[in-house]
Design a protein around this ligand. Structure first.
Ligand code: SAH
Length: 484
């Protein structure tokens, strides 16, 4: 049965096979079956909108395991479903085309539908293995590459793949016609299976420069989700975005805006770059870790169960809180969509079990405006955020937080300007170019005291990071407790 399937479909139909081999280092290699959620002992078939997908294992031993995904596309069904000839191309184009025989966006859809859990990096039975880079090979047959081997290499080599490429003549009876655009490619890398699948999922339609379905906003989200760890830094990200979104300006603009690559005046890009700068300046102290650790222990001391992190950025604090089940509800709010997208990826929101997923919410909003969504939490944290707000608008923030949301505990941290003399690499006035101000200890104290008087809170001011006898600690923390 397996052989018949191989012969009749894989070879006769020049089929679209995705082959992953998983040799040597991890044993038993058949654990690949747990990662893919497909039992190596069985052939399984799945009905998809455009035909059938079959999964089987040509080899499955302790040392080596190969899974094959084979598509059997129904070309007649495709035409029927698309509602007949569209008037484009030549009369029979819908019936006579390469689509049933090549590795195209149909294969990407099949990867997502048949290996969706693996694509998202989950494995119930082998969670550690799913997170571990392992030696993998993937082989795609008849992969259409508009741009040829040159482009293929430009797309995959920066991601760490070694490629073996075999070209296909247009017609083997007429070698003088030259090669077709179809390549048979083996991709080899040591990476997580989810990374391999995401790279293929995104880059197959990019190489083909075609998609069998209409692209819309949802495609931007898919692209950013599947490209979250690698796309922004890929040297060809512009071509990838343009081709993946079928060159639709409104969509590519959205994607670029979120990737922050197209327009370097975008505040988010600058913000991200500057955040790196700030992190470098503070790195010697691993100040960020100390800061977050102090905040977490303060929340625990106050027996807080529901926390909202305002200006949550990339979700670092939430990431520390999430595993602790004493926090029943967690929320993160930020003004920047891009950082929220990073937070979503960092917290693996798309793969959290339902119970966990219900505990956490991320949303976009501004601290300048009253917002019902900020109410109902025991504590609000505002970690290294106020110095990003324009000083004249601080009053709006104060009312939003201390008058409207009014949690029983507010933990707020901000840099101590006096400490900046200790940072040798500091070029400008502030630690982060996006900071609108940095306060001295007494300025912070004055502000905090005013807050307590106006809104009925008490405050304790504490140092974070190693304290210097003259200039104090690098970060200051205000712990505000509501009086009534
Ligand atoms: N609290 C995070 C991020 C600090 S960086 C951490 O400690 O890692 C400052 C964050 O404040 C950025 O993510 C920025 O987008 C956000 N921010 C700036 N102005 C804001 C506003 N008006 N409303 C909400 N968030 C804001």
């Amino acid at each position: 049965m397996k052989r018949a399937l191989l012969r009749s479909s894989a070879f006769v139909r020049a089929a679209k096979r995705l082959v992953k081999k998983h040799p040597t280092t991890h044993q038993p290699a058949t654990d690949l079956g747990y990662l893919l959620y497909k039992n190596p002992a069985r052939v399984q078939s799945f009905n998809l909108a455009f035909g059938q997908a079959h999964v089987f294992y040509p080899e499955a031993s302790t040392e080596r395991c190969t899974a094959a995904l084979l598509l059997d596309i129904d070309p007649i069904g495709l035409v029927r479903r698309s509602g007949g000839p569209s008037g484009e191309g030549f009369a029979l184009e819908q019936y006579v085309n390469d689509r049933p025989y090549v590795s195209s966006s149909f294969l990407s859809v099949a990867i997502a539908q048949v290996f969706g859990t693996a694509l998202n990096g989950h494995s119930k039975d082998r969670p550690t293995l799913a997170e571990t880079p392992i030696p993998l090979h993937a082989k795609l047959t008849a992969l259409p590459c508009r741009g040829g081997e040159f482009l293929l290499r430009k797309l995959f080599e920066p991601l760490g793949y070694t490629l073996t490429v075999q070209s296909t003549p247009l017609d083997e009876h007429f070698p003088e016609w030259g090669d077709s655009c179809y390549l048979t490619v083996t991709f080899t890398a040591t990476c997580r299976l989810s990374e391999l699948l995401s790279h293929l999922y995104v880059l197959i339609p990019v190489l083909d420069d075609d998609k069998h379905y209409w692209v819309d906003d949802a495609e931007v989200e898919k692209l950013l989700r599947h490209g979250d760890t690698w796309l922004a830094s890929h040297p060809e990200h512009e071509l990838i975005v343009n081709r993946y979104l079928r060159h639709q300006r409104s969509l590519t603009r959205q994607a670029f805006a979120q990737l922050q690559e197209e327009d370097d005046t975008d505040p988010d890009t600058t913000q991200a770059a500057h955040a790196v700068e700030e992190a470098t300046i503070e790195a010697s102290l691993s100040l960020n870790q100390q800061r977050l650790g102090t905040v977490v222990s303060m929340l625990k001391q106050h027996k807080v169960q529901r926390v909202i992190d305002l200006g949550c950025g990339e979700g670092r604090l939430l990431q520390m809180l999430l595993p602790d089940m004493s926090f029943l509800a967690l929320a993160g709010m930020d003004v920047s969509y891009r950082t929220l997208a990073i937070a979503t990826a960092r917290l693996h929101l798309d793969r959290l079990p339902e119970k966990q997923r219900e505990r956490i919410t991320l949303f976009q909003g501004s601290l300048m405006y009253r917002d019902q969504r900020l109410s109902g939490y025991d504590a609000a944290t505002v970690i290294e955020v106020i110095e990003h707000l324009d000083a004249p608008r601080l009053a709006a923030f104060e009312r939003v937080l201390f008058e409207c949301a009014r949690p029983r505990l507010v933990i707020l941290t901000t840099p101590n300007a006096e400490y900046n003399v200790k940072f040798s690499g500091l070029a400008g006035q502030f630690r982060h170019r996006d900071h609108r101000f940095e306060w001295t200890r007494s300025e912070f104290q004055d502000w905090a005291t005013t807050i307590t008087r106006r809104f009925g809170y008490t405050v304790r001011l504490l140092p974070i990071g190693s304290e210097d006898a003259t200039v104090g600690s690098p970060t200051r923390m205000g712990v505000f407790t509501r009086e009534r």
